[in-house]
Design a protein around this ligand. Structure first.
Ligand code: NAD
Length: 402
């Protein structure tokens, strides 16, 4: 069978540890045999980030703006331990943070549902998509460890040199302070991405902040959402039979737990970080959570929601067998290939992405799965497989479907 041809390259962002191992396996076993894979390769593995002074991360984000679609492997965000382990000259910033700062946009995370794995929250029968604002707040903060007594102030100087000053705290001794920001333009595009995605998916949007406590910061988010909704989306939502719903973050959490799912939960940056892991775990496994960053300019970056699965990587290095779940990384590839197919008008590529997703879900529903899922599945007959075997089994299912 002739391989599927591509027109525009995908921006391929390679990564670290176990997910880097899986990355290559997915390409070798499930992509290269079927597609004349066209990618522009960027090595975001920590060693190469160190070698290039992290320039490679910036370059990969710029390439995403050029071509439109990227697929990213999980990467290490260095901490003090990693600085020693990899002999780093600097504690490089989170690549995801750098990429998000360049592309702006919103991260949508949704679980991959399989019949035999029931969510921990019994009422959740439909996926909950978390839309995480991908700019600013604590991820772009300025922090200061206050060593002694003194006064901390918030100072804003406009272009004319006029100052506004407000006391944060009169410290009587040591403490901490933190400055955060966000910009209207980014909040507006966050709102629009959520409302557009909701219209695409025909799902309600829930949004929540802590505007009762944060009367200016969080309240601005609430106001911007409301204004954009009323001006641009109210009619379209009514025509689609969907709703926009705003509430306080604590109320939202309580309602989400009692809901049946099937909506988009728009979250501020930090809330989205925390809630997406909670939702992923409750739906079964972090390894079954997909993630896509959608920029307001229409650029897409697909990835798995999980990290580099460090523990499995160390087993792998010792020559021990691993049973790492490759579903979310595989769905990052299929998501990116499908989007590339849509943008370039290549139906074969779209169909291939659909089939590969179906084959992987079918494989699990047939009882063949990695250890993490075997522990959750309600099936009676389960064949637990190792990392590579799972991909080989998916290939068998795929070949049978073709
Ligand atoms: P992790 O997601 O790698 O692992 C968290 C837990 O989930 C572990 O117990 C792991 O065994 C399990 N798990 C995750 N994915 C799995 C999979 N595919 N199959 C089976 N089990 C899976 O997160 P971590 O351990 O906190 O972080 C490891 C590294 O990943 C860190 O260096 C961190 O900086 C990085 N990280 C990267 C990203 C990203 O690139 N998007 C996201 C999170 C963490």
């Amino acid at each position: 069978m002739a391989k599927i041809k591509m027109k525009t390259p995908l921006v391929e962002m390679d990564g670290d540890e176990m997910t880097r191992v899986i990355w290559k396996m997915i390409k070798d076993i499930l992509l290269n045999p079927y597609i004349d894979l066209k990618t522009e390769y960027y090595d975001l593995g920590l060693e190469y980030r160190e070698k290039t002074g992290d320039q490679v991360t910036t370059d990969s984000a710029i390439a995403t703006k050029k071509y439109g679609v990227a697929v990213k492997c999980a990467t290490i965000t260095p901490n003090a331990e990693r600085v020693n382990e990899y002999n780093l000259t600097q504690m490089w910033k989170s690549p995801n943070g750098t990429i998000r700062a360049i592309l702006d946009g919103t991260v949508f995370r949704a679980p991959i549902l399989v019949d035999s794995i029931k969510p921990f929250v019994k009422t959740w029968t439909k996926p909950i998509t978390i839309a995480r604002h991908a700019y600013g707040d604590v991820y772009k903060n300025v922090e200061y460890r206050v060593p002694e007594a003194g006064k901390a102030e918030l100072v804003f100087t406009n272009e004319k040199g006029e100052e506004v000053r407000e006391t944060i705290h009169d410290f009587k001794g040591a403490g901490v302070i933190q400055g955060m920001h966000n910009i209207d333009k980014s909040i507006e595009s966050f709102a629009r991405s959520c409302f557009n995605y909701a219209l695409d998916m025909k799902q309600d949007v829930w949004f929540a902040t802590k505007d009762t406590i944060s009367k200016k910061y969080d309240h601005t988010f609430k106001d911007i959402f409301q204004e954009i909704y009323e001006k641009e989306y109210d009619t379209k939502f009514k025509e689609s039979g969907i709703e926009y719903f705003y509430t306080l973050i604590d109320d939202a959490v309580a309602r989400v737990v009692r809901s049946e799912g099937g909506f988009i939960w728009a979250c501020k940056n930090y809330d989205g970080d925390v809630m997406s892991d909670m939702v992923a775990t409750a739906f079964g496994s972090l390894a079954m959570m997909t993630s896509v960053l959608v920029s307001p300019e229409g650029f897409y970056e697909y990835e798995a929601a999980h990290g580099t699965v460090q523990r499995h990587y160390y087993q792998h290095l010792k020559g021990q067998e691993t049973s790492t779940n490759s579903m979310a990384t595989l769905f990052a590839w299929t998501g990116a290939l499908r989007k590339r197919g849509e943008l370039d008008g290549i139906n074969e590529l779209i169909e291939f992405a659909d089939k590969l997703e179906k084959a992987s879900i079918k494989t699990i529903e047939n009882g063949v799965m990695t250890k993490d899922l075997a522990a959750l599945s309600e099936l009676k007959h389960i064949k637990t497989v190792n990392t590579e075997q799972f991909l080989v089994e998916v290939k068998k299912t795929l070949d049978a479907m073709m």
